[in-house]
Design a protein. Structure first.
Length: 266
């Protein structure tokens, strides 16, 4: 038999899933729930803590217990090629979210020039200790952070394409490179998943049991030179990665047919 707090958790999850409590809406205060006969103070506190751990709510000091938006962001691989088109003003994240009618935005922290850590230097194929520019970004839907991003660039490349600027790059990083005559040609992504660290949970406003997806991408030019190392950590219950348009084999040109009723000899 379920305990009182477990029953309350199931009840509130069902109400949230049914839309009785909408994203951004506050749940009743603990004292109001106790008055309504939903259990003791300890019972309600435990239920709310469980809801937060499972990603249903965010508990904010002096702000109440707020229903978390769990709208899924569908991120297509083709977003990279779209931002390479001339005249674009959106980066890959904004492009992908705009297709869903969602308000995707990117908040940029001040870039830093630093000596590349060993693993970053290896990924960018630079001598250890080479200077790089690190850009930290938060990918948002509305005002909610859905991804934490760290990107590293060789210092010379960053200066050439304006990636050392503290302002948002209009059209996205790949578009800025292309505008500077640096042609991103291919990208390689590695994906893992894990339970969030306390810092990741705080940064993404998620509970301790909501898994995160970690993406590491290296972008290269046509010579194979690494241009960017990007590391992303995002809430797994809000991200669907779609790898569309993947080639299965090299295309072959169809053989030419000879004219009907005649020889193909000139």
């Amino acid at each position: 038999m379920a305990s009182k707090w477990e029953s309350l958790v199931s009840q509130l999850k069902a109400q949230i899933d049914a839309g009785e409590y909408r994203p951004g809406q506050k749940l009743p205060t603990v004292s109001a729930m106790v008055t309504a006969g939903e259990g003791s103070t300890t019972t309600v506190h435990r239920a709310y803590a469980e809801l937060e751990a499972d990603g249903y709510v965010v508990m904010r000091r002096r702000g109440g217990t707020i229903v978390r938006d769990r709208t899924m962001a569908r991120i297509r691989l083709s977003r990279y090629s779209k931002v390479m088109e001339p005249g674009g003003s959106r980066g890959p994240w904004e492009t992908a979210l705009a297709e869903q009618g969602l308000d995707g935005r990117m908040a940029v922290l001040a870039p830093e020039i630093l000596d590349a850590p060993r693993d970053v230097a290896a990924s960018l194929e630079l001598p250890e200790g080479s200077q790089v520019v690190r850009r930290r970004r938060h990918a948002l839907i509305g005002d909610e952070v859905v991804q934490l991003q760290d990107a590293w660039y060789p210092l010379g490349l960053a200066r050439q394409s304006g990636l050392d600027s503290p302002t948002k790059i209009v059209g996205g990083v790949l578009g800025a490179m292309a505008n500077a005559g640096i042609e991103p040609t291919e990208a390689e992504e590695r994906i893992r998943a894990w339970v969030p660290t306390p810092e990741e949970a705080v940064g993404l406003s998620i509970g301790s049991r909501v898994p995160v997806i970690a993406i590491e991408r290296v972008t290269r030019d046509e010579t194979g030179r690494p241009l960017e190392l990007l590391r992303i950590v995002g809430a797994a219950d809000r991200l669907e990665l779609i790898y569309d348009g993947l080639p299965l084999k090299k295309r072959r040109r169809p053989a030419r047919r000879p004219p009907a009723g005649g020889s193909n000899t000139p």
